[in-house]
Design a protein around this ligand. Structure first.
Ligand code: 13P
Length: 330
């Protein structure tokens, strides 16, 4: 099936009142697991990679693999850049055929500090102009997520202000907005506090789909409630890593025992990489399937037949170009 844009998936999710999982892949096994989970659940999905993941492998290698998997997929999916940090990086991913991109202008390029309003608006507008010219939707971020293992409220000052969020969307023209409502990338130290009141206020003022980053560890009831309050894309990464590493650790433990037995009985040790990776991949499939069910995206592969002019980025880009031409002709 050809890749679709995130706008198409999120418009259908809006019509059907469910959430679309955005799952991070870093290697062959995690990409395969995400596709397999989606096939089994008949769930539309977003497969995303970060720019740092692609520092681990040659970008083209992982992307070529994902595109091969996409050809065989019978459920709609978008290929998304997660947390692009500069205009140049986002352009690199657009050139590779990504059908959705994020510019995270809330943080500096090295991810170490906050960007000012003006800096965020400037870099986001630049990306929006370039991506929209080829019909690709853009996710922007206003307000910040808590940092790994950090304050459970994500830091009051960093949470997304509803009025400013609306202004940010209007000023930049982004299609999707990542909001800070108390979630954190990585594992939480305790039970997270999700600011549902704030989320409702943002949803009332912002007319584009909202994204919950830091989906790992958010209680199911908070996720479900968030979906009723406007969250349409839910990012899930650490939970996939946890399932992989726990399965690998369990398998290594069993293998070490077998080595001991072999050593004692004068046998030979066996080494098979697949022995470790197969259960790890199977564990990732289950972790992703579990989230798809919680997001209520299972069984929505036909997108509810939803396809509107608003959901079609190519048409949206065409309309934008026509408006530009009309302005010049005035
Ligand atoms: P988690 O790692 O907490 O699931 O968050 C993923 C994420 O938000 C990626 O952008």
């Amino acid at each position: 099936m050809p890749l679709v844009t995130s706008t198409e998936l999120l418009a259908a999710a809006e019509a059907g009142n469910y959430g679309v999982g955005a799952f991070n892949a870093i290697n062959m096994e995690s990409a395969q697991a995400i596709f397999k989970a989606a096939e089994e659940e008949r769930a539309p999905f977003i497969l995303q990679v970060t720019q740092t993941t692609l520092g681990y492998t040659e970008p083209e290698e992982l992307v070529a693999l994902i595109k091969e998997l996409a050809k065989k997929s019978t459920v709609p999916m978008a290929l998304h850049l997660d947390h692009g940090r500069s205009f140049e990086k986002v352009m690199q991913f657009l050139a590779m055929g990504f059908t959705s991109v994020m510019i995270d202008g809330s943080l500096t390029e090295d991810g170490q500090g906050p960007r000012s309003w003006d800096e965020n608006v400037e870099v986001t507008c630049k990306v929006v102009e370039a991506a929209h010219a080829i019909g690709v939707p853009v996710e922007g971020e206003f307000g910040m997520l808590g940092q790994i293992g950090g304050d459970l409220k994500g830091g009051e000052g960093a949470l997304t202000d509803p009025d400013l969020a609306a202004k940010f969307v209007e000023t930049t023209g982004i299609d999707i907005l990542a909001v800070g409502v108390g979630t954190t990338h990585g594992l939480f130290k305790g039970k997270p506090y999700i600011d549902h009141e704030r989320l409702k206020q943002i949803d009332a003022k912002v007319k584009v789909p909202l994204v919950m980053h830091g989906g790992t560890g958010v209680p199911d009831e908070d996720v479900r409630q968030g979906i009723t309050e406007g969250i349409r894309k839910i990012n899930f990464d650490t939970g996939i890593r946890v399932s992989f590493i726990e399965a690998v650790a369990g398998e290594i433990h069993a293998i070490e025992k077998e080595w001991d037995d072999a050593d004692k009985s004068g046998g030979v040790r066996k080494y098979d990489i697949r022995r470790v990776l197969k259960p790890a991949r199977a564990a990732m499939v289950e972790a992703v399937r579990d989230r798809m069910r919680v997001f209520s995206s299972s069984g929505k592969a036909d997108l509810g037949g939803a396809s509107s002019a608003k959901a079609d980025p190519a048409k949206a880009a065409e309309r934008a170009r026509e408006a530009e031409v009309a302005k010049v002709l005035e």
